[in-house]
Design a protein around this ligand. Structure first.
Ligand code: GTP
Ligand code: MG
Length: 635
């Protein structure tokens, strides 16, 4: 084959090919020289590699999102050219529409350009090479059912009396405390509940190195213990169990161990793998052992931090303090945080004016894994927000400014999480291996039945994983867990509480509630098979609580109710809930204000509702829905 013919098949100019071959030391003299087939193949391969390398090195950095117009400018092409390229990809856009990173890079590649995302100011600041990597203290989170003794345990360890000072003995804030033991330090986080833990994770703050699951020896495992356990498991960190209140006469650690075994946490002394320690915050029994075990676990994890870099931390708690301004509890992750450091934290910035440790003493610096309260930020950030030290005030201000602008842009876009409708596509295109499900049912028996039925759905490519299962209404904790694990939430004969409903909407989490087990199974099967049929989507309209029940001679049983949220309209479909269980489904047959029939009643207003069900009771809840037919998205 002659060189000019080869150039043609490679789609490049023959002179260009000649130059390239000479640069690669191929002994060819002119474009009329010929090469054998084998050499031609080698040349093709070499040229392709060269082409790749050239593109690889031809980097242009841009900010995302980028519009077609702006991309054209960067690539020095006409916008119309890009539009026709996009059209070839089956994307019909106009010049002002934004392109995502993947699509923009694909287009740029055609023009031999390696399009990259310009690193943000903070990425440049945060992305430093490690300088002084040293051991750091483990960060351990206490989780468990309320009143099982988390704060008391921590108090005993710290020799303080926080639990006594708490209103009603309930922890309301996340506290971070560090204890120094002869063999090393440990940082503890005491959270008001696992929701807080998971909410922080949802914000990207995976701060805990291990979880201590607290179970009271007298009460044993409670639904909240199981929930906490699932949240801890989802975080993928080692779990130790502290069996508390061992001093109580009715302490029954064997019962707890049995329950733990059932939850897949078989204790070591029962031949399992889970470390359990019986402790008492009254007598101090087992506490030294627990601390030893935490330190031992930490050794195994070989936890390290870079003490030499500009500090980075996470907000565990923040509030406005009268007279002092925003007071922010920070857990330092990397670097040493110093008084006077200029910091960016969430949507705020400021110079650290004062810093106190967890015993309220003033300090001038804080090392990795230590907890401090800082003053000086110009606003109250959210728990889970990151704090980092900026090189100077100007860059701190600019970063915050930019974040606020991005917030404004993002507000217009709902986050996209996992949807059952997309399952088939994900299996095929993204090689999804697991479908994560959070399952809630009305009672234990049905929960098990649904679980069994779900387990039977086998699919060669996708494994069904129950991230969490529980009895009772779908709550905010379920939604948060779904958010961090990318699960769907499935309910069987249960309601969704209002807070969870709002959260799911805000976070774009799919929640499906079923009354018939076959429908539930069929939907998941259909999702797996890419056959999800259009379904009727219920859109929540309003909730009424029944205050009294009375009988009218003409209209039958009337539920005297107050509209707690949204509104009620005649003819909407509705369901009646008693103690989180749905006991009747029907339609709003009539709505009355005093004696008059009305079409609609607004929030906060009292009215009479008839749903054609005679067993309504005071305290029951009526949820009304409108219905919409949703077809499966085909993309
Ligand atoms: P929340 O913060 O509400 O989740 O509770 P908690 O888990 O922090 O429990 P807390 O430490 O506040 O303790 C709850 C109650 O149990 C208090 O009345 C404590 O005095 C009691 N208690 C805690 N630990 C022990 C113990 O080891 N022995 C006995 N006898 N009582 C304990
Ligand atoms: Mg507490």
């Amino acid at each position: 084959m002659r060189i000019h013919e080869l150039a043609k098949t490679l789609g490049i100019d023959s002179k260009e090919l000649l130059v390239k071959l000479q640069s690669l030391n191929f002994p060819v003299k002119s474009h009329m020289s010929s090469v054998d087939d084998e050499t031609a193949e080698i040349i093709k391969h070499e040229i392709a590699g060269l082409k790749e390398k050239e593109i690889e090195e031809n980097v242009i950095e841009v900010d995302f999102p980028i519009s077609v117009k702006d991309l054209a400018l960067k690539l020095e092409k006409k916008p119309s050219e890009l539009l026709s390229d996009l059209l070839k990809e089956g994307k019909f856009l106009n010049i002002n529409q934004n392109l995502d990173e993947e699509l923009a890079a694909q287009i740029a590649y055609k023009y031999k350009i390696n399009l990259k995302k310009k690193p943000s100011r903070e990425e440049v600041i945060l992305n430093v090479e490690s300088r002084d990597l040293k051991k750091r203290a483990p960060i351990v989170t206490l989780m468990g059912h309320i009143d099982h003794g988390k704060t008391s345990l921590l108090d005993y360890i710290r020799k303080s009396k926080i639990a006594e000072k708490e209103s009603g003995g309930i922890t309301q804030h996340t506290g971070a405390y560090q204890v120094a033991l002869p063999k090393g330090k440990i940082t503890f986080l005491d959270t008001p509940g696992h929701e807080t833990f998971t909410a922080m994770r949802a914000r990207g703050a995976n701060i805990t190195d291990a979880v201590i699951l607290v179970v009271a020896s007298d009460e044993g495992v409670k639904p909240q213990t199981e929930e906490a356990l699932d949240h801890a498991k989802a975080a993928n960190v080692p779990i130790l169990v502290a069996i508390t209140k061992m001093d109580k006469p009715n302490a029954n650690p064997d019962m707890v161990k049995q329950q733990l075994s059932k939850l897949g946490l078989a204790p070591e002394d029962w031949g399992g793998k889970t470390t359990t320690v019986g402790v008492s915050a009254k007598t101090g029994q087992g506490i030294d052992e627990l601390l030893e075990l935490i330190l031992l676990q930490a050794e195994l994890l070989e936890l390290k931090a870079d003490y030499g870099r500009p500090a980075v931390g996470v907000v565990v708690e923040a509030r406005m303090s009268k007279g002092k301004g925003p007071l922010v509890a920070i857990l330092v992750r990397e670097g040493v945080l110093k008084l006077g450091d200029c910091c960016v934290c969430g949507r705020y910035w400021g110079k650290i004016k004062a810093m106190t440790d967890d015993k309220a003493s003033s300090v001038i610096e804080a090392q990795p894994s230590s907890a401090v309260e800082v003053l000086g930020l110009n606003g109250v950030p959210n728990p889970g927000d990151q704090l980092f030290v900026a090189p100077d005030e100007k860059s701190a201000k600019e970063i915050v400014e930019r974040r606020r602008e991005e917030d404004a842009k993002l507000k217009l876009k709902a986050p996209a999480h996992f949807k059952l409708e997309d399952l088939f596509k994900k299996v095929k295109e993204e090689h999804l291996k697991q479908l994560k499900v959070i399952l809630k049912a009305d009672v234990g028996g049905t929960l098990e039945a649904v679980e069994e039925a779900l387990k039977k759905i086998s699919h060669e490519e996708v494994e069904l994983v129950l991230t969490h299962r529980g009895v009772g209404a779908i709550n905010a904790s379920d939604i948060l867990l779904a958010e961090v694990t990318d699960a769907i939430v499935v309910g069987f004969k249960v309601t969704i509480d209002i807070q969870a409903r709002d959260l799911a909407k805000q976070k774009g989490i799919e929640v499906r509630v079923y009354q018939i087990v076959y429908e539930l199974i069929d939907d998941i099967k259909a999702g797996l098979e890419g056959l999800l049929a259009p379904h009727v989507k219920k859109i929540f309209v309003g909730r009424a609580r029944i205050k009294t029940v009375f009988k009218l001679s003409k209209s039958g049983i009337i539920a005297g109710s107050i509209i707690e949220k949204g509104k009620m309209q005649r003819n909407l479909t509705c369901q009646l809930t008693r103690e989180s269980k749905i006991i009747f489904e029907g339609k709003i047959q009539s709505l009355k204000r005093f004696k008059d029939d009305v079409r609609e009643v607004a929030e906060g207003v009292e009215c009479g509702i008839s749903i054609g069900f005679n067993e309504v009771k005071e305290g029951d809840i009526i949820d009304a829905y409108s219905e919409e037919l949703v077809t499966r998205r085909l993309e």
